[in-house]
Design a protein around this ligand. Sequence first.
Ligand code: MOS
Length: 738
Amino acid sequence: MSKPNEAKIIGASLPRIDGPEKLSGAAKYAADNHLPRMSYAYGVFSTIASGRIQDIDVSQARQMSGVLDIFHHGHFPTLYRTPSSMEQENKVDETRLPFEDDKVYYPGQFVALVVAETFEQARAAAYRVKVDYASEKPIADLEQALATGEQPKPHGESGHERGDPASAFNQASNQIDVIYTTPMETHNPMEMHASTAMWDDGSLVLYESTQGVIFARNTMAKIFGLPVERVVVHAPFIGSGFGSKLWIWPHAVAAAAASRQIGRPVQLVVPRQQMFTTTGHRPATQQHIQIGTDAEGRLVALSHETVNATSMVNTVAELAGRCTPTLYSCSNVKVSHATVRANIGTPTAMRAPGAAPGLFALESAIDEAAVAIGMDPLAFRKLNYTEHDEGQDLPFSSIHLMEAYEKGAEKFGWSRRNPEVGSMRDGNELIGWGMAACNWEALKQDSEAHVSLRSNGTVYVSCATQDIGTGTYTVVAQTASAVTGVPVDRIQVKLGDSTYPRGPLAGGSWATATVMPAIAKAAKAAIEELKTYATGDDGPFQEASMDDLQFSDGQLSDGNGKSITFGELLKEMKLANADGRATTSGEMNSDYSYNSFGAHFVEVRWDPGISRLRVSRVVSAIDVGQIVNQKTAANQVEGAIVMGIGMALYEQTEYDPRSGLPVNNNYAEYLVPTHADQPPEVDVLLLDHPDYNFSEFGARGIGEIGITGLAGAVANAVYHATGKRIRSLPITLDKLMA
Ligand code: MOS
């Protein structure tokens, strides 16, 4: 008889094992490290959007108490640029090094760095640094960049074309031809970007809030011209990052360089305001979608062309069309991406990069296509459903999108929807019901891990990946527990340190699928080593062969009634531990396409009398393979739904079109959903179908998918309530009142 799912460690609903440390304040984040003789740095940030530094006058600032040094382009060590390659696990977001020259490419760019005895002294002096600029007229945003007449730079490798989309569209019986826009959005993790750097005999030790200690180590080694062995990066706890902490930004380089120059540890926290300019953002997009359908509502043509704003120094394409070749059956499809340059900081990945803005547009347009022919949007999606990835011409490794549509619809009560716009009411409120599909590619990377069975009866696991608040510590403990039978409270998990065996970036929703096989393999290797000891000359099972021995629930037994726990065995043999090390490959069987899916059903309430719009109910059915931990998985989707509501209704980073300077670069004016904005009801249905074509544990990863499609579902619900088709995020009240 098999145990009920709840009793199994993989799939259990477990609280985070790092919870007590975080709640009690014991968890140390990058800026919690106050090292002996530490000094503090504060940036001077450009107050123009474009131009040149003519002069920097530090004379007054230099006299202020506690000031140790002031760095700028005229006074900074020579460093090295990096090849910035994902393959080499070595990447910066901004290729240009801090203080490299006198150029200003965006507002909020580091133009100087003051180092002082205290944070307050550094900040006070930073305000006294006088910078004389030669200002040029900036290109403030996507709109202005498009208006310059500069030809958008195509991002060739991400395009897709099949069939003949142009003529199929022209001949289609129904046509939707629309443009959607999404704004620049800023990552706002609770923990600000921070670097605490020190040098020890020519080696760099960096406490960095990063989603990738290995990447950070490799990158800093390149920049400082060191062998990787002479850089150590620590990030045991991260207050999230959402993609803004995947790769090295200028502040980390500046802090490490300053520390080496002055011969003391330096701590640099990026102020919240500069997190709007110097540590990445989700770029603004303009997306042109054309949909052609036949008389029955079948897709015959689908075109999705995106242009996004990038910075003056780096090309970052937002792959908004990434799901478009995949999600529906259609013979004639075109997807393209291109960039235009503006005087803004360099964009980067933000939770579900590409897919989040892309599925707002695609799933809105699908709704428009369904509405145009008087078809229920869910029925329209089912009609155009496919279990074959027509983009890659491969079957999906596992797909339960139809089940997501059906279970989500049933839970939500979709069949009770009156399709007529503005027909559903509750008192003064108009009720809108909308839905959308979600999609995110499933990815894996190479990884290594170390597992040690210790003589004190505990298990030690280490891997140089990070837990950015997603539950990785817990999932790693569950994996080690599943293999060894040792309960999670006797498993010590060590992550977030570049000296541990190489682990993946915490990004792309790939950490779980990447580390589980490595942990499991290392645990099995540790058990093998234990068996070698046990059957060796001094071992208690010397008459047995390795193959005779069974290991379960932390015990070694010979099948003839003799058994001993690994702790006792090691103690008896005077051994500290039995070790296992493993390397696993992220390579996947090329016979399949690997994707996660889901469906969001959203209710909004619009009160036209007081112009109030709220998301009142969300049901999301999510197909991400095996659920490893019900609690942390549901929590990831709930968080993504809230972030999706932020995308739909609130978030936008705005620049003054005249000066190119940021307008709402603070928590008061950059709106994110708060407690009062949460929908009273959020239901997450985790479909829990293991995908063994993808990985041995069947888990595909869950961090990003929940935000994809959500803004589309909200926009579709808003249309259903109000009859207003808002094609430009966020859906602010002025747009509804216009
Ligand atoms: Mo994610 S945007 O890969 O942190």
